[in-house]
Design a protein around this ligand. Structure first.
Ligand code: COA
Ligand code: AMP
Length: 637
């Protein structure tokens, strides 16, 4: 209905407490809240203070009790193994309740941290829900990260137990998880006491006596555990994300806010009703997986899909369409890079035509900017609304979106539409002054952030304040730059920090620089994100060797690539590296990463007035050209 969006948006803006209290009535509480919003410690805000709730109960048990026990909760489809399966809500309840007992039998109490390092199998969801059931805090780590990244997360979270599988499966290879888990535990200062292992037939492993537990036999022997009441403000999970240094940020999500907000988004943003099949083709290791493979669709009583495969090559670019047809998917959510991969292999959409996609009502994209050519291709081939929406690990749900369940606003290419009810946005200049409409500045959100967004960083309240709240008092600094047009549409243009987006995965160039700097022959280095036609961005390293280095450039390139793979993980996709004689700097010594990126992407650039030695840029241009950049044919749009 025309005007409906404005009405809902205004309701959330003028009386957030009433708005979110109404949303909170849609979920089940063990004890109602005393205050919807506690602002007594602003700029730190808390939602639903005094309330008690359980996220697993809201995701699983309440649907069984409401008579939806026989509805499918999870569909598992794994083109990499050839396996398919499903779990009804009743079956999911049994498995989660028994696995929760396994955790308890192995010493896990309310508030303990459990690290989950799992491939895309239903057990990944079971592990997360089992933690939520007993009030333990899960910290899921994406399978593409290396042992040392796992170790950093074990240490920071103080994980008491690790839940893992014997392997993950990539199209080209089986990834043995146990050497990674063992390596991480060896590296970590804090030692988890137990490791629960899901044995997969592709790679059974020898379990360590006294430490390791065989998942399935333990689950079968366990008695079901009940949901415990936790404070609405208690953490549901910690999810580490890239910051500006090698030390990732432990983004915390609280329980009450997550249940209320994610449940609200299912109908209001995605326009799905209980019983609808909703598919987020992502990974449980990312925030999209937490919010929209696991919690959101299950809170909403939907059927969620656990897909263990890739958009292409498993076995062909028709996989997504097969899944949509086979399981009657109503809404698909994925990253633009997945569609670019499909489009590259099937530009004319021949595979799209082979399937009946009449069930699919909308496609949502996030994780990176939706470039107009991908938007047009998707819209043209599917003939349904293609919705770009913008969000972050920190917020857990969309800051800006076309809210299809409220009102379908006109789509404007290049924009994730307008702020979602609950988010009030501004664009500020360096001095914190509002910028006039249409001009680029820092995208910020007025405090308080709505429920379900991060109330803090794990054990790092000061870092939370310094990273997000200090620069623009009264606002949350998103780390993205962009503008808002005269119709209130937001345009997200770039990051303001050194975070890059590789195939929808958020990575820190600072963390990669720390790895390169550890190479004994590297005197100086810089990593920049360069545009890439498939993955959106790719990291590119420039290194200056120490004067006494005797090694060949080929050796240095191979070794530094391997170091990033070993220390950060294959997901960094760090394969571009050039040896240069010097890095361009300002007279005060600041490396000109932005200028190098512009040269690489062949966008307009002028040497900054503060540059120390402009001639250095010639060497950089030559090196970038040697890698196929600085020529302008690598840009997605
Ligand atoms: N476990 C172990 N390794 C993993 C992994 C996992 N879960 N996921 C990826 N990797 C590895 C890959 O095997 C690859 O290794 P390689 O260098 O040996 O080939 C490397 O990490 C990079 O992987 P990826 O980024 O997936 O690149 P790709 O070339 O294999 O596939 C796409 C390209 C576009 C098909 C793929 O990136 C994709 O599906 N992207 C969608 C992203 C997405 O859903 N993001 C979620 C945010 S919304
Ligand atoms: P992550 O925390 O991994 O979800 O990454 C969040 C970052 O990805 C944001 O801060 C943006 O830089 C980028 N991002 C996510 N969605 C979009 C989008 N729709 N448009 C532009 N950038 C996006």
């Amino acid at each position: 209905m025309a005007g409906e969006f404005d009405k809902v948006y205004q309701a959330a803006a003028t009386n957030p407490s009433q708005f979110w209290a109404e949303a909170a009535q849609q979920v089940d509480w063990m004890k109602p809240w005393d205050a919807v919003l506690d602002d007594s410690e602003a700029p730190y805000y808390r939602w639903f203070v005094g309330g008690q709730i359980n996220a697993c109960y809201n995701a699983v048990d309440r649907h069984v009790e409401a008579g939806r026990g026989e509805q499918l909760a999870i569909i598992y489809d794994s083109p990499v193994t050839g396996n398919k399966g499903s779990l009804t809500y009743a079956q999911l309840q049994t498995r989660v309740a028994q696995f929760a007992s396994v955790l308890q039998d192995n010493g896990i109490l309310k508030g303990d941290r459990v690290l989950v390092y799992m491939p895309m199998v239903p057990e990944a969801i079971i592990a997360m829900l089992a933690c939520a059931r007993i009030g333990a805090i899960h910290s899921v780590v994406f399978g593409g990260f290396a042992a040392s990244e796992l170790a950093v997360r074990i240490d920071d979270a103080g994980a008491k137990l690790v839940v893992t599988a014997s392997c993950g499966i990539e199209p080209s290879r089986v990834i043995e998880y146990m050497p990674l888990v063992n390596g991480a535990i060896e590296l970590s200062q804090h030692k988890p006491e137990k490791v629960v292992v899901l044995q997969r037939e592709q790679c059974p492993v020898q379990l360590q006596k006294g430490r390791d537990i065989d998942w399935l036999s333990a689950e079968q022997a366990a008695k079901p555990s009940d949901c415990v009441a936790v404070a609405a403000t208690d953490p549901l999970y910690i999810l580490y994300t890239s910051g500006t240094t090698g030390k990732p940020k432990g983004v915390v999500k609280d329980t009450g806010g997550s249940v209320v907000s994610l449940n609200w988004t299912m109908q209001n943003i995605y326009n799905v009703q209980p019983g609808d099949v909703y598919w987020a083709a992502s990974d449980v290791g990312w925030v999209v997986g937490h919010s929209y493979i696991v919690y959101g669709p299950l809170f909403g009583g939907n059927t969620t899909i656990v897909f263990e495969g890739k958009p292409v090559g498993t076995p062909d670019p028709g996989t997504f369409w097969r899944i949509i047809e086979e399981y009657k998917v109503k809404v698909l959510f994925t990253a633009p890079t997945a569609f670019r991969a499909i489009k590259k292999e099937d530009p004319n959409g021949e595979y799209v035509k082979k399937y009946d996609l009449s069930c699919l009502q909308s496609l949502f994209m996030a994780g990176e900017r939706l470039d107009p050519s991908t938007l047009q291709w998707a819209q043209g081939k599917l003939g349904i609304p293609v919705i770009d929406h913008w969000w972050q690990t920190e917020t857990g749900w969309a800051i800006c979106s076309n809210c299809l369940g409220i009102e379908h606003l006109p789509v404007v290419q290049g924009s994730p539409t307008r702020p979602v009810p609950g988010y009030e946005m501004a664009v500020l200049d360096e001095a914190g002054q509002p910028i006039k409409s249409g001009e680029i500045g820092a995208l910020v959100v007025k405090l308080p952030l709505p429920p379900g967004t991060f109330p803090t960083l794990w054990n790092a309240k000061q870092r939370y304040f310094d990273s997000y709240l200090s620069k623009f008092p009264g606002y949350y600094e998103t780390g993205d730059a962009g503008y808002i047009d005269e119709n209130g549409y937001v345009f997200v243009m770039a990051r303001t920090d050194d975070v890059i987006n590789v195939a929808g995965h958020r990575l820190s160039t600072g963390a990669m620089e720390e790895v390169l700097a550890a190479h004994p022959d590297v005197a100086e280095c810089a990593v920049i994100g360069v545009n890439d036609a498939l993955k959106g961005e790719l990291p590119l390293g420039l290194v200056v060797l120490s004067s006494n280095s005797q090694r060949s450039q080929d050796d240095i390139r191979a070794e530094t690539m391997q170091m990033v793979r070993d220390r950060i993980g294959p997901v960094a996709a760090f394969k571009l590296i050039a040896v240069v004689s010097a890095l361009p700097k300002t007279r005060s010594g600041k490396v000109l990463r932005g200028t190098m990126k512009k040269i690489a992407d062949n966008t307009e650039w002028v040497p900054p007035a503060t540059i120390d030695d402009p001639a250095v840029l010639d060497g950089i241009t030559e090196a970038l050209q040697g890698l196929g950049y600085a020529q302008g044919d690598n840009i997605p749009t």
